[in-house]
Each structure stands twice: as structure tokens, then as C-alpha cells.
Ligand binder design. Structure first.
Ligand code: HEC
Length: 165
């Protein structure tokens, strides 16, 4: 009995800790996808105008769709992540530009039924290592959606999945 109570207390402590460490949801309700650090690569990019390097990753559903060319449209359940770092020079070889300070992580969560107002994608961004949710109110995602409207014909996705032989 004592053991069972001990286990219960321990489980409660662990779950409270997990709840505390998860960053707050974005103002439109999109939550930070768990395990995104384990996802695989879909693309990389560099913004010369922002001096920043980006890795575009996908959850298993997105990576499978990308590899099979099922991206017109991307299937429900696909999530794309973009991790952006400030450019930094590799100290031992300054001509090599490598990821420096983390700027933000951002996501596009595909659910055509749920996110009708933003092209079937739930947009969300978290800033810096503290993962502070971006956006003043629930309508912040209109900013994302409007700019991504430039690639409406590609299901609002700029990235062309990389070819990996
Ligand atoms: C002013 C234009 C602009 C705005 C605003 C914008 N994006 Fe993007 N986004 C881009 C461009 C250009 C790319 C592709 C180049 C790159 O990787 O940075 C991109 C790429 C992405 C990707 C990788 C998938 C893809 O479409 O290539 C995600 C995820 C993403 N953006 C999320 C967001 C979120 C979330 C917001 C709003 C908080 C947002 N974006 C706002 C221009 C924009």
C-alpha cells in the first residue's frame, strides 16, 4: 500500500513537471508538437536578407508524403517544422556559415477541416530558446497565411522537398 501511494505521488510529480516544462500554446490554440527534434529533413534554406539558416523538418506523415510526392495537397496529419538560427561563422573556417543563436521554431499543421480559415494549415511560432509563443491574439496567423498565399498553388508551402538518392 505504502509503495502504491509512493508510486502515485511520484507519477503525479513527474506529470506536473512535464506539464510545467511544456511551452504555452500559440494564441490560435496550436500546441508545440512533441518530439519535433526527432523529425527528419525535408529541406534547408538560407535567408540572405535575414542572415539566417533554416532547417525544414517533417513529422513521419509529412516525410512520407514528401518522399512519395504526395504534396498537392499535403495529407491531413502532416506537420512541417522550420527551425531558424542566426548565421555564424565557423571559428576554424570563417568562410563556412553555420547555425548560431536560435531565432525561432515554427510549424504548419495540416488539418483541412480544422484550419479552413488559413488554407487548411494551423500556423504557429515560438521564439528563442525559451520557446515563447509568438502572436498578440488568435488572428496572428493571418500574417503567416497571407505571406504563404504567394505559394497557394503549392498548397501554401514554399519548400521543395530535397531529393535524397
Ligand atoms: C513575409 C513572408 C512570410 C511570413 C509572414 C511567414 N512566412 Fe513562413 N515562410 C516564408 C518563406 C519565404 C518560406 C520559405 C523560405 C524559408 O525557409 O525561410 C517560409 C517557410 C515556412 C515553413 C516551412 C514550410 C514552407 O512553407 O516552406 C514554415 C513551417 C513556416 N514558414 C511557418 C510560418 C509561420 C508559422 C508564420 C507566422 C507566424 C510564417 N511562416 C510567416 C515566408 C513567410
Amino acid at each position: 500500500m505504502k509503495k502504491a501511494i509512493g508510486l502515485l505521488l511520484w507519477l503525479t510529480a513527474v506529470s506536473v513537471q512535464a506539464a510545467e516544462s511544456a511551452p504555452a500554446a500559440a494564441p490560435n490554440g496550436v500546441t508545440l508538437p512533441a518530439y519535433f527534434k526527432e523529425w527528419r529533413i525535408i529541406g534547408v534554406s538560407q535567408r540572405n536578407d535575414k542572415q539566417s539558416l533554416r532547417a525544414i523538418l517533417g513529422n513521419p506523415a509529412a516525410v512520407e508524403a514528401a518522399r512519395q510526392g504526395r504534396t498537392q495537397p499535403w495529407p491531413d496529419g502532416a506537420i512541417l517544422a522550420k527551425i531558424a538560427w542566426k548565421d555564424a561563422a565557423l571559428p576554424e573556417w570563417p568562410a563556412a556559415i553555420v547555425p548560431g543563436e536560435l531565432q525561432h521554431v515554427e510549424f504548419m499543421v495540416k488539418d483541412a477541416g480544422k484550419y479552413v480559415a488559413t488554407g487548411g494549415w494551423g500556423f504557429a511560432r515560438w521564439l528563442g530558446n525559451a520557446l515563447v509563443p509568438y502572436g498578440k491574439d488568435a488572428a496572428f496567423d493571418q500574417e503567416c497565411f497571407q505571406c504563404h498565399g504567394a505559394v497557394k498553388a503549392r498548397d501554401y508551402v514554399f519548400t521543395r522537398p530535397v531529393v535524397i538518392p
